[in-house]
Design a protein around this ligand. Structure first.
Ligand code: DX5
Ligand code: ZN
Length: 227
């Protein structure tokens, strides 16, 4: 299938990526269609293995099924101890961007290379407790940096305000790198925290609860995040 890596989207524009973890899984296809129709830019899917994080979510067959529900880029966030074993399956299932964590044991350069070999854009994420400096060796390899603004594993947690200075620091690294790299934030992003994250340099906003559980609807929720 024709890939839509995130390198095809501008890094100087605020983009919203609804996290399907907060959607109604009994109606996942409809929820994704609704998100696209109501202003989403990217679809964010969280993959968890019960080891890297204490939760289990979806695998390649689910990504393959939901891929048909939208023409937006699919951003797949791999919270796995051994993501190297799942790059090809998720790429073949239709992922356009694959993000792995810098805390993994495998050689991060190799894993990022394997992602690019599949025609996907490559993202690198870090937990709240991981130093921003850990990203420095990979700035010439990554298309996206994902700053976790909560401890990964579950939706619905509160944004950690201490992450704002980290976002700013990474924005400086990106400027020094002198190449287009998306700066994505994930966890507790809502109409209050989104403007703070943007002000500190984020351009891709992942949000689950504040979008799929917004009483005023998805369109309003996305508008509020971009406002
Ligand atoms: C957390 C996931 C997030 C999560 C965000 O481990 O990576 O994508 O779904 O959910 P909210 O927006 O509810 O904090
Ligand atoms: Zn995520």
């Amino acid at each position: 299938m024709h890939k839509k890596p995130l390198t095809t989207l501008p890094t100087d524009t605020v983009l919203v990526a609804p996290s399907i973890l907060a959607a109604d899984f009994a109606a996942l296809g409809n929820e994704i269609e609704r998100a696209e129709n109501e202003g989403a830019d990217i679809i964010h899917a969280d993959v968890m293995d019960g080891h890297f994080v204490p939760n289990l979510t979806i695998g390649p067959p689910v990504v393959e099924s939901i891929r048909k529900c939208s023409s937006l880029p699919y951003d797949v966030h791999l919270m796995l101890d051994e993501p190297e074993n799942f790059i090809v399956p998720f790429a073949e299932a239709g992922a356009d961007n694959l993000t792995v964590h810098v805390e993994i044991e495998a050689n991060v350069h190799d894993v990022l290379g394997a992602i690019k070999e599949q025609g996907c854009s490559a993202g690198l994420s870090l937990r709240p407790g991981t130093d921003a400096e850990r990203l420095v060796p990979f700035l010439s390899d990554v298309d996206l940096i994902l700053v976790m603004t909560v401890e990964p594993g579950f939706g619905g947690q509160a944004f950690q305000p201490e992450m704002l200075s980290k976002i700013e620091r990474i924005r400086d690294f990106i400027a020094e790198a002198g190449r287009p790299i998306h700066l994505e934030v994930d966890g507790g992003i809502d109409k209050t925290t989104a403007p703070q994250a943007i002000a500190h340099g984020a351009n891709v906003l992942v949000a689950g609860t504040s979008i799929f559980r917004c009483k005023a609807g998805i369109r309003t929720a996305i508008k509020q995040l971009k406002a």
